[in-house]
Ligand binder design. Structure first.
Ligand code: FEO
Ligand code: CA
Ligand code: CA
Ligand code: CA
Length: 660
């Protein structure tokens, strides 16, 4: 039975050395193939990628998008249904986070000028979002995309979607596109992801500020509450749209990328565009005409992802979520409806049942190794019209302004929450805290008054050190984990420890707190995923170690909360329980090509095919000096082709199970 966990799970591959080569390096005995890359056609009517930026904007409605990030594999039956145990045929949903290297997509890079070229902006709008592609085993356990499959579909920054849950129809969601605040167009900056046990995909809107601007003088046209909300999410007035998507003209496709008051009412303009983003979007990959739904009950922030606990019959559906910005929070959503396996293949109707009603919580980590989930419900915990920080009028207000609600409850400011993952063997939850800097997590010895969102190190975010390379505070990041009280996903208390501290292996002992060596040292953990066997995969997005190595992915057998029981003195004042790494429990599995980030990973249920993503190879290059020619370098070492974000497939040459 391929679905049984291998017990005890052990790492059975030789570690890959850190390197700066322009290929994906995998262990001896493993092989890599490219599944799909930016611009590849999903249907037959469109030409193959020409390597010169000549693809039309419209064709990106049917081509693979840019900036591959979070993804998930759904097994597909002959009659087009979801089968969680099927490994040879499936639907692969991939996030296309952003246009990572504009020199790659356009003929000669982005055209300069105050007003951008409409066709270039249009192409970028269609290159964001999600791809749904049918994939099938070809040779052995390798997989290829089924070009022309009826399931192949692009969701873009122009695709119509609905709002559901407590903010549906809220005053602050009304736009010229949807005067009643029940619809919007587009999903953006889709970073990490999630999935549901009923077989739908969740894509999450993270750095949507990159495509939204706000006009000078806009504050004076709004009530104070409006301004407080926009400012808390970083959309201060006179903030230029970083991509200039609002510059080509007044057409609705472009005009909505400024969140500014222009007309008389919210139905006359796009003043509420900002509130249309930051959500979890549910997509039914099995129904190619379904209209995606923004599930507002799960809150609004720099939504990195939404990771489910394993579904248990008669228990609520639970999603763990992170807000990836410096000193933001970790959240949990608990559904009101209890899991009924009859809802498998229930599509977006099942989504409405489980994700539109429930309770949202934010995490507070205490120094004694316990934690509390604080409830973000209108009318409770002071979340009402009399709140000193923000006058909440209803639950729609609470979810649109999740950050302000969490502020007023005293949640713990974290070192940039990235991905979460739940161990299928014991239900424990892991989350990467990718890094932080000294302008946010300040020197514990400092006597200066804290300003803005600054915080001193605390038990859950304990580090402040100088890496000697110009980075201070927590440049290498860590991974926190917790265990819900009494093993109940709905618990409001938990126990936590720190699983792993990132570090360079030659760093001082008070920095390399987990005892990393050359076979497992890493920095800035980001992507995180437990496969079906309980093996943990850790991916990096690092600025602090890229002088030595390209970004990487490690495999780990993580144990459980409280393991090791190592007392670590932090800042001379606190003692943290944290685990030690050994070469048998954490090991480097692959290293990516130049200038990339490794993003997104999923393994088939039988453990034999792995999908993994490379985002922004050649990020620091130019058309003249591209730095990378990946993915073509994977097969042609001397390639001069343009670098592209892509999904690659890893299999074992002997047909065996990955990593064991
Ligand atoms: Fe798009 Fe938080 O990484
Ligand atoms: Ca990320
Ligand atoms: Ca990151
Ligand atoms: Ca990056």
């Amino acid at each position: 039975d391929s679905s049984s966990p291998v017990t005890p799970l052990a790492l059975g591959f030789a570690a890959v050395a850190k390197n700066k080569n322009d290929v994906v390096t995998v262990p001896e005995g493993y092989q890599v193939s490219i599944l799909h890359a930016l611009g590849d056609p999903m249907h037959y009517a469109d030409s193959s990628w020409q390597n010169n930026g000549s693809e039309t904007a419209d064709s990106y409605n049917r081509r693979i998008g840019d900036g591959h990030d979070g993804m998930y594999y759904f097994g597909l039956t002959e009659d087009g249904k979801y089968d969680a145990n099927r490994s040879d045929r499936g639907l692969l949903c991939v996030n296309h986070e952003y246009v990572v290297s504009p020199y790659v997509m356009h003929p000669a890079g982005r055209t300069a000028g105050a007003a951008r070229v409409a066709s270039e902006v249009e192409k970028e709008i269609y290159a964001h979002g999600v791809s749904v592609a049918e994939v099938k085993r070809s040779t052995g356990n390798d997989m290829t995309m089924v070009r022309g499959s009826k399931f192949n579909r692009r969701i873009t920054s122009a695709t119509e979607m609905t709002f559901s849950g407590p903010a549906k129809g809220n005053e602050w969601l009304k736009t010229k596109f949807s005067a009643d605040g029940t619809k919007t167009r587009g999903t953006n900056n889709n970073c990490a992801n999630g999935y549901t046990p009923w077989g739908t995909y969740l894509t999450c809107e993270e750095n949507w500020l990159n495509v939204v601007g706000r006009a000078a003088g806009d504050n004076a046209k709004r009530v104070a509450k409006d301004v407080a909300s926009l400012n808390r999410y970083g959309l201060t007035e006179n903030r230029k749209n970083p991509y200039g998507w609002d510059t080509p003209g007044t057409d609705d496709l472009f005009a909505r990328w400024t969140s500014s008051v222009v007309g008389a009412t919210a139905a006359d303009d796009y003043r509420n565009t900002a509130n249309n983003f930051g959500w979890v979007v549910e997509i039914d990959p099995f129904n190619n005409t379904s209209v995606p739904a923004k599930r507002t009950a799960l809150g609004r922030f720099n939504h990195e992802g939404a990771w489910p606990a394993p579904a248990v019959v008669g228990q609520p559906i639970v999603m763990y979520q992170g807000d990836d910005a410096r000193n933001e929070y970790i959240y949990k959503f608990v559904s009101k409806a209890l899991w009924d396996p009859k809802d498998v293949n229930g599509g977006l109707a099942a989504g409405a049942k489980y994700l539109d009603e429930g309770t949202l919580y934010v995490a507070k980590f205490s120094a004694d190794g316990t934690g509390t989930w604080l409830e973000l419900t209108f009318g409770k915990n002071g979340l009402d019209a009399n709140n000193a920080l923000f006058a909440f009028a209803n639950q729609g207000d609470v979810v649109i302004n999740t950050r302000l609600a969490a502020d007023s409850l005293g949640a713990t400011k974290m070192d940039r929450p990235e991905w979460g993952a739940v161990n299928p063997l014991n239900g424990e939850v892991y989350m990467t805290l990718t890094n932080n800097n000294s302008s946010n997590r300040v020197d514990p010895a400092s006597t200066a008054a804290l300003t803005g969102r600054q915080a001193k190190p605390d038990a859950a975010n304990p580090r402040f050190y100088d890496d000697g390379e110009g980075n201070k505070s927590n440049p290498n990041g860590h991974i926190i984990r917790w265990k819900e009280d009494a093993g109940s996903v709905a618990a409001t208390k938990f126990a936590w420890d720190i699983y792993l501290f990132g570090a360079e292996n030659d760093a001082a002992a008070n920095v390399n707190l987990s005892g990393l060596t050359a076979v497992n040292d890493f920095s800035s953990p980001d992507g995180l995923y437990f496969d079906h066997r309980g093996m943990l995969w850790i991916q990096t997005d690092d600025g602090a170690y890229t002088d030595v190595t390209n970004c990487m992915m490690l495999a780990a057998v993580p144990g459980k909360v409280g393991d090791g029981g190592k007392a670590i003195a932090v800042g001379g004042t606190q003692t943290i329980k944290g685990a030690n790494a050994t070469e048998n429990t954490v090991r480097r599995f692959l290293v990516g090509p130049k200038d990339c980030e490794i993003t997104g990973v999923v393994v088939t249920p039988d453990g034999k095919t792995m999908f993994c993503n490379v985002q922004h190879p050649g990020e620091d290059g130019t058309l003249a000096n591209p730095n990378s020619a990946w993915p073509d370098t994977q097969t042609h070492a001397a390639s001069t082709k343009r670098p592209r974000s892509a999904t690659f497939v890893v299999t074992r040459k002997d047909g065996g199970t990955i990593a064991v």
